[in-house]
Ligand binder design. Structure first.
Ligand SMILES: [Zn+2]
Length: 325
């Protein structure tokens, strides 16, 4: 897999490909950024590029070395991740033994640690010793959502590779290309940081339903209030959605944001793209302040539920507050 097949992350690619070109790769990298931003793919591609027999600063994807990495059976590459809650010192020791045993000569050995911030202090210290042993040609790639959570001693010895969240429009285009419905994609990319996380959300059974219920409530709360109360009971509290109230209320916040925009006559950047007609009519019936207050109340309700308020009562109060403006 070539670096070109990974969307975005120009800075990360530039640093790594420069290192490959000049034979100046670091012994340790910290791939820090949100899940779904391409960190695993980048780590795999870097490993392929190191071993690739055809290309110097990229992976051809075709040679034996590239294919071994792709299929997870390259003898000099090991992936590790948390065993239970953390990456433990025994895992690092096993790794060291394993690499010594499996090594096929003098080539660079690479290990990739996922969720590296979950290394215990002992594991991290053992890793450091390993990295600094003279004469060993080892490269560590530490993947984490938060590189700042790693020990300072590790941070100071590793090169930092920042991964940025993919911009929402690029994410939306990629997901629609994969066949996900546009109306759902527009909402999903506002809620999560990476392509992987968005795909996961779109793949659930409840996400489309959550959006439908939010649209229904938005219609009912304006004029058919008793129906809205019933909808909350029957379609949220008594269903699977009860377990996803945080996301459900995020959908409400996005809806109010759309209404603020529409009440000011802005039709670009609307998230509920397939609902614009009736939403526009409803939006201009009120002052923008009404929709802003609705948004604030949605965020307050979310906080209340996060701190364990009764969900049914909290949602009921939310609807009443919205209706009263
Ligand atoms: Zn290759």
């Amino acid at each position: 897999m070539s670096f070109d097949t990974i969307p975005g992350q120009a800075q990360a690619k530039r640093i790594l490909q420069n290192g490959l070109r000049r034979d100046k790769l670091s012994h340790a990298y910290i791939f820090s950024g949100p899940s779904g931003s391409g960190r695993r793919e980048m780590a795999k591609t870097l490993a392929q590029a190191v071993y690739c027999t055809e290309r110097k600063d990229d992976a051809c994807g075709q040679c034996l070395e590239c294919r071994k990495v792709e299929h997870g059976n390259h003898p000099d590459l090991i992936w590790i991740g948390p065993d239970g809650a953390s990456i433990k010192i025994d895992q690092i020791r096993e790794l060291q033994k394993g690499l010594a045993y499996r090594s096929t000569g003098s080539r660079t050995k690479i290990y990739i640690a996922e969720e590296a911030d979950r290394m215990t202090v002992q594991a991290a210290n053992s890793l450091l010793k390993f990295l600094e042993e003279p004469g060993t040609d080892v490269m560590a790639i530490l993947i984490t959502e938060n590189g700042h959570a790693l020990l300072p001693t590790i941070r100071s010895r590793a090169q930092w590779i920042p991964f940025v969240p993919m911009p929402a429009p690029a994410m939306a285009a990629a997901l629609q290309e994969e066949g996900f419905p546009a109306a759902l994609v527009q909402v999903a990319v506002q809620l999560v940081a990476g392509l992987g996380a968005a795909r996961e959300l779109l793949g659930t059974n409840w996400f489309a339903e959550a959006r439908n219920v939010m649209i229904q409530l938005a219609k009912e709360v304006d004029g058919r209030f008793p129906a809205a109360l019933l909808t909350v009971q029957n379609k949220v509290i008594k269903t699977e959605l009860q377990e996803h109230l945080d996301t459900f209320l995020d959908l409400g916040t996005l809806w109010f944001k759309d209404m603020v925009r529409l009440s000011c006559g802005q039709k670009d950047q609307i998230v509920y793209i397939d609902q614009v007609d009736w939403m526009s009519r409803q939006a201009i019936g009120r002052e923008p302040g009404y929709w802003i207050r609705g948004m604030e109340r949605t965020i307050e309700t979310q906080k209340r539920i996060r701190s364990h308020a009764n969900p049914g009562l909290a949602l009921e109060k939310w609807l009443i507050d919205i209706q009263e403006g």
